[in-house]
Design a protein around this ligand. Structure first.
Ligand SMILES: *Cc1c(COP(=O)(O)O)cnc(C)c1O
Length: 215
């Protein structure tokens, strides 16, 4: 079961930063999510489409579902009817498909562009160098049911706080150069590094194991 005291402590800590929490519930049962929802927190993050679509009908429509994994274009249609925010978009073809499925469901869909800031090769995302061209192309595609609300990134998995801090700082700088009233979400920080992320300007953290326990 989730640690609700920990959840409250995290939420208290976010207040001075005006940051929002996505409680990452991947691999955890719907009952765990319901306990957090009943406690008053409605934003949850999932990484896998199959898992998300199996849990979503089990929970009230008051849940704000965030997709934080890598979304394959052929699976967009499965979540397009209800998804609240898609964090990890890194291709123009995915943007196009999300727009198409949003239109098919007669709603707008909000997304964040994932930027590759870590040293690891395996992580997804547009490189900081590619981002200006990416955003400008996305802006010229006439995607009228898509709202690009900001950026998302993951730091290198390391104990070296300086590396993490430098990567988050770089993402914050990029974000600042585009920030506006509608481009105002910077999703960075997880259980191990969210305090550094907040310090570097994050306004949305994605925390799983600290709340729900180890996976
Ligand atoms: C799993 C995951 C998280 C949460 O990780 P914790 O270490 O459990 O807090 C955050 N962001 C992404 C993209 C994830 O895949």
């Amino acid at each position: 079961m989730p640690d609700l005291k920990k959840l409250d402590a995290i939420l208290d800590g976010l207040k001075p930063y005006n940051a929002r929490l996505v409680a990452v519930s991947k691999t955890k049962p719907a009952a765990d999510i319901r306990a957090v929802l009943d406690h008053g927190h409605a934003d949850f993050g999932e990484n896998y489409v199959q898992e998300l679509v199996s849990k979503q009908p089990e929970l009230p429509s008051s849940v704000n579902w965030h997709f934080i994994g890598h979304l394959q274009s052929n699976k967009v249609k499965l979540i397009a009817g209800f998804i609240h925010l898609i964090h990890g978009v890194d291709s123009l073809s995915a943007l196009k498909e999300i727009n198409k499925q949003a239109a098919a469901h007669n709603r707008d869909i909000e997304v964040l562009i994932q930027v590759h800031i870590a040293r690891e090769e395996s992580k997804y995302g547009v490189t900081p160098d590619q981002l200006p061209e990416f955003l400008s192309q996305a802006g010229s595609m006439g995607l009228d049911r898509l709202r690009i609300r900001g950026l998302m990134g993951m730091a290198t998995f390391t104990d070296d706080e300086n590396i993490i801090r430098t990567e988050f700082r770089g993402l914050r700088k990029l974000y600042d150069s585009y920030a506006s009233e509608t481009f105002n979400i910077l999703s960075m920080g997880m259980s191990s590094d969210y305090l550094i992320a907040l310090d570097e300007g994050s306004n949305m953290v994605r925390i799983g194991s600290m709340i729900f326990g180890d996976r």
